[in-house]
Design a protein around this ligand. Structure first.
Ligand code: GLN
Length: 478
């Protein structure tokens, strides 16, 4: 097997046994990116060189791709938006500091939907990313570049961010493992904000063991992020040695609905049977407010986004455009011209939706009401977790769709997030793991949701499943 096709834990074993060197792994990755990324476009800014540690003797000299919304000091960080053109942050995100301390090799910034608004990585100012399993299909989004890089062996592992499914859905579409940690588990310091009450950074990896290892590297309390939890962080790899005997897993009836692709349904049901064979017990549960999740999310997420994006006015960051003609005052004209040229269509749509939802007269009817429904959705999970240890659902209702299929119909794009967004509204952790392929050869993802700060349960179930199946071993041929 080529070095770039190995998992991080296999590479670490190779380092220990002295059969491979960090430099040989890095060179192999660089060649692959050179040869393959013209087809995939997993990386947003190919001109920026990789960041290698001074000496390759850190604990984890593993090459990683970083989503383009995570700040890296002096390194082009644009959220794949024109408005941040040329922006080089003056500081590292906490996760980047941690990765640098561990000796990581940062390959580059992975492409994403502009400001993480989307489910397909088609709204990047730098162009679409393609799904390595079928170049006519989307890789999912918004962390599509991160997931595609891992699936195409253009990175050993990657970081993404997940506000409503942006780690799990692309992981599902690209046949890799993706985890949205509990809100507060990983510091958001230096993650460019989309919706601050929902955003969370997490790993995208080739298998569950790597996912646990990478979470170990990035998790933990950070006084620079007031929402990060001051709780001890376990060694997540310890969960990999535990089985699932007598673990109770809930199946929410609201998630197995018409409109779900038959192949997705069959694969998820087969995974449930597989886990039963390992002694897990399944019970039917209800998450009664699921039907309101999409509407609630798209009010709250756009409201927070409209407020977070107010700072991009051509003064402090990135792009500044001078107006062609005077309309109002020079400064207002400059703001307007910059925002008009700097933001793409989806970003503008969200700024308008969010501003509307927050405007006086509509605030109570939309924003306040959505906050109340969010509490009901959270309570659904509290109630469900009284009778089970984890919940299993599909990650997405379909496999990867065609490039261009949903771009002219934002609502159908929003509806495809139905299975992932409740998790963010409730703040709980959830993981997506490959559980099959469609007859067209596209990956299918299984989602496992857990109690707050119980990522270990997700690893335990996912690892047991993975050990008995071969899906994660299928490799993209490019
Ligand atoms: N697809 C969702 C959206 O467009 C989620 C995006 C995300 O998690 N960043 O808002």
């Amino acid at each position: 097997m080529k070095l770039n096709e190995l998992t991080a834990h296999e590479i670490l074993q190779g380092f220990q046994a002295k059969t491979i060197t960090p430099d040989s792994v890095y060179q192999c990755l660089q060649e692959t990116i050179q040869n393959k990324d013209k087809k995939i476009h997993a990386y947003a800014h190919s001109a920026d060189p990789a960041i290698t540690p001074k000496a390759m003797d850190g604990k984890y000299p593993i090459p990683i791709a970083i989503k383009d919304n995570i700040c890296i000091k002096d390194y082009l960080t644009t959220c794949s938006s024109r408005i941040l053109e040329g922006f080089r942050p003056p500081y590292d995100a906490t996760v980047i500091t941690k990765l640098k301390d561990s000796g990581s090799i940062i390959l580059g910034h992975a492409n994403m939907d502009e400001f993480a608004f989307g489910s397909s990585t088609e709204s990047s100012y730098y162009g679409v990313t393609r799904n390595p399993w079928n170049l006519d299909c989307v890789p999912g989004g918004s962390s599509g570049g991160s997931a595609a890089a891992v699936a195409a062996h253009e990175a050993i592992w990657a970081l993404g961010s997940d506000t409503g499914g942006s780690i799990r859905q692309p992981a599902s579409f690209c046949g890799v493992v993706g985890l949205k940690p509990t809100y507060g588990r990983v510091s958001r310091y230096g993650l460019i904000a989309f919706a601050s009450s929902l955003d969370q950074i997490g790993p995208i990896t080739k298998d569950v063991e790597d996912c646990a290892l990478l979470l170990n590297l990035i998790a933990g309390h950070d006084e620079k992020d007031s929402t990060s939890a001051n709780l001890p962080v376990p060694d997540f790899t310890r969960a990999l040695t535990k089985d699932v005997k007598n673990i109770k897993i809930g199946i929410p009836k609201e998630y197995f609905i018409d409109g779900m692709d038959a192949e997705v349904k069959d694969s998820v049901l087969a995974a449930i049977e597989h886990l039963k064979g390992h002694g897990a017990q399944f019970i039917d549960i209800s998450l009664p407010h699921t039907e309101y999740a999409v509407a609630t999310y798209y009010i709250l997420a756009t409201a927070e986004a409209s407020s977070n994006l107010a700072r991009y006015d051509g003064v402090q960051y990135g792009l500044r455009c001078q107006p062609q003609q005077q309309r109002r005052t020079p400064i207002i004209d400059m703001y307007e011209e910059t925002r008009d040229q700097g933001f793409g269509a989806e970003a503008k749509r969200r700024i308008m939706l969010g501003t509307y939802a927050l405007s006086s007269g509509y605030y109570d009817a939309y924003y306040l009401k959505a906050q109340k429904v969010r509490t009901l959705i959270k309570k659904d999970f509290d109630e469900a977790f009284r009778s089970c240890d984890a919940i299993i659902t599909p990650t997405a209702p379909t496999t990867a769709f065609k490039i261009g299929e949903k771009t002219s119909d934002p609502l159908s794009m929003y509806l495809s997030d139905i299975y992932t967004i409740s998790v963010n509204l409730a703040g709980i952790p959830a993981l997506s793991i490959p559980c099959g392929f469609s007859k067209n050869g596209l990956p299918i993802g299984l989602q496992i949701m857990g109690k707050p700060f119980d990522e270990e349960m997700l690893f335990r179930i996912a690892h047991t499943y993975e050990q008995g199946t071969e899906w994660h071993k299928r490799k993209v041929v490019l």
